[in-house]
Design a protein around this ligand. Structure first.
Ligand SMILES: Cc1cc2nc3c(=O)[nH]c(=O)nc-3n(C[C@H](O)[C@H](O)[C@H](O)COP(=O)(O)OP(=O)(O)OC[C@H]3O[C@@H](n4cnc5c(N)ncnc54)[C@H](O)[C@@H]3O)c2cc1C
Length: 505
């Protein structure tokens, strides 16, 4: 069946960039459709280090434009989504003879504090590592450290909240829908999409096409748009390991490895430490990126250089890998390739334009979307103005520093919740946590219990509002309860979801 409606904008890709562009465009009054072939954020956007950061390291490559834009975004995004984004302090230990001189780091952090529109985030300070608790879990290698501010983000939730908001503003948002081909026909784009569950195909029409498929951007150009000799992005794999927690301090560590790479060790989900990342050129299908033995060894060995207790394979409870779609600027080393984004508009204005998105970071996705909207306006006519900087994502309508107050409010309204359950719900759903819980007056009202603090009421919300269809969507992207549920519990969740999805169909 073919839908004769002509959308203004059709976005391919439900990662942070596609969802960010769809949301911005829908909010400006364009009619928008978006197709994601798998689950939202199933590509690179759930496999990041999860930092909303200026990127101290990029200063070494003179990426001042990118760093400034990213720094400015930290507090904008925090205010937009204070449930899924929050400030974090980073401890950067250093010693004489380290890979970078102290003056260079100090200069970088001076820029960090002063060029980035910092209002609420605390400034850089220096630490005596022989006295500060941050020195305790480490080997006695460092006497000094800098402590600076950046932000933390639940990357997968940032994506789905953008998709949700786009849908609430009228966009047609399709998960598990692959774009098979797109061709110019009768002055518009004819886009053939395939439902990944049923295999049915339909053709949708749009005036403009946006290719925001991250590491798949070149594949889509060659396979769906039949372009020849496509080579715009360099694919660079990065992996992380999650281990039983190595320290109790709420601050994260920024280590400078002797090979010039940097590595983070970040407090993660209460009981764990997240360690990463790596940089290696990648040639396969991005959906199949998996951590290699060499990467595991590298991360364990590097972390063991710093922590008093070694990090071994046995400590690893989870790992993940993702592929950066870096705009190919010809840099020889993977870690030197630019992290900036490039937007390229093809086609005459008004005549089936195509916008390709190359590169980008989670941190700069909102600015990238604004730049994409400038191009969209150029191509099919301007509608609306910039609006997202002072907006809230769903559930994010509370002051950035009021997370604890929101938790208290939720606990007062639902006194049967444990403290950790209330905290988790506010982190994930913000002010929507109360909508999710509805009239529940006791734990029994939350429905079937799946393990951890996951109950049917939350799973049903995720099916209805957040396109969750499989247990892995819930366990590894909408939440990280995969770290807590057993295999048997996950299988039970899968059964429940299958039943609920079929009943709703
Ligand atoms: C290891 C690592 C660490 C990182 N750390 C950070 C960090 O700390 N902070 C930061 O700001 N950034 C970080 N980044 C960068 C950031 O994660 C990426 O730039 C961003 O997620 C890219 O988003 P995207 O939307 O372009 O791509 P993706 O998230 O990959 O989305 C593209 C989507 O397109 C879909 N798709 C592909 N082909 C089709 C098709 N034919 N039809 C329909 N859908 C299709 C895919 O399924 C995919 O979901 C990191 C990246 C990596 C790899």
């Amino acid at each position: 069946m073919s839908d004769q409606k002509v959308f203004d904008v059709f976005v391919i890709g439900g990662g942070i960039n596609g969802c960010g562009i769809a949301r911005d465009a829908a909010g400006r009054g364009y009619s928008v459709a978006l197709a994601e072939m798998n689950d939202f954020a199933s590509g690179t956007s759930s496999g990041s280090t999860k930092l909303i950061h200026g990127g101290l390291r990029y200063l070494e490559y003179y990426e001042f434009r990118l760093v400034r834009e990213a720094l400015m975004e930290r507090e904008v995004l925090w205010a937009m989504a204070p449930h899924v984004i929050w400030p974090m302090r980073f401890v950067l230990p250093y010693h004489k003879g380290g890979p970078r001189p102290a003056w260079l780091i100090r200069l970088g952090l001076f820029l960090y504090d002063h060029i980035g529109g910092r209002k609420l985030l605390p400034a850089t300070s220096t630490l005596d590592m022989t006295r500060d608790p941050a020195g305790e879990p480490l080997k006695r290698l460092f006497t000094k450290a800098f402590e600076y501010s950046d932000g933390w983000v639940d990357d997968a939730r940032l994506v789905v909240l953008n998709a949700r908001d786009a849908a609430d503003r009228g966009a047609r948002i399709m998960a598990r829908t692959r774009v098979v081909s797109a061709r110019r026909e009768g002055g518009v784009w004819a886009i053939e999409v395939e439902n990944a569950v049923t295999g049915t195909r339909e053709t949708l029409r749009a005036r403009m096409l946006v290719n925001a498929t991250g590491p798949w951007v070149d594949r889509v150009l060659s396979d769906a748009l039949h372009k020849k000799d496509v080579h715009n992005v360099r694919l660079v794999q990065g992996s992380h390991i999650v281990v039983k927690k190595k320290f109790d301090d709420p601050r994260a560590y920024f280590f400078q490895n002797p090979d010039g790479r940097i590595m983070f060790a970040i407090p993660y989900q209460g009981d764990f430490t997240l360690i990463g990342t790596t940089d290696r050129d990648f040639g396969g299908n991005p959906a199949e990126a998996r951590i290699s033995d060499a990467e595991i060894d590298y991360l364990c060995k590097a972390a063991s250089e710093y922590f008093a207790g070694p990090v071994t394979r046995d400590d690893i409870v989870w790992s993940y890998s993702a592929v950066r779609p870096l705009y190919d600027d010809g840099a020889s080393k993977a870690q030197e390739a630019t992290r900036d984004y490039v937007l390229r508009l093809e086609g005459e204005p008004g005549a089936t334009p195509l916008l390709n998105v190359f590169g980008g970071k989670l941190t700069t996705y909102r600015r990238l979307a604004e730049s994409a909207l400038d191009k969209i306006g150029e191509a099919i006519g301007v509608r609306g103005g910039k609006w997202t900087a002072s907006s809230h994502l769903p559930g994010g309508d509370f002051p950035p520093t009021a997370y604890e107050a929101e938790v208290e409010k939720l606990k007062r309204r639902y006194p049967f919740l444990t403290a950790s359950h209330a905290r988790r719900l506010v982190r994930l759903y913000g002010t929507f946590a109360a909508r999710l819980l509805g009239k529940a007056a006791s734990r029994a009202d939350l429905g079937k219990h799946f393990g951890g603090d996951l109950y049917a009421v939350e799973v049903d919300w995720l099916i209805e509002r957040e396109w969750a269809r499989r247990a892995e969507d819930v366990l590894w992207r909408r939440t990280k309860l995969g770290l807590q549920l057993s295999r048997a519990e996950a299988a039970e969740l899968e059964d429940y979801m299958r039943g609920a999805v079929n009943a709703a169909a």
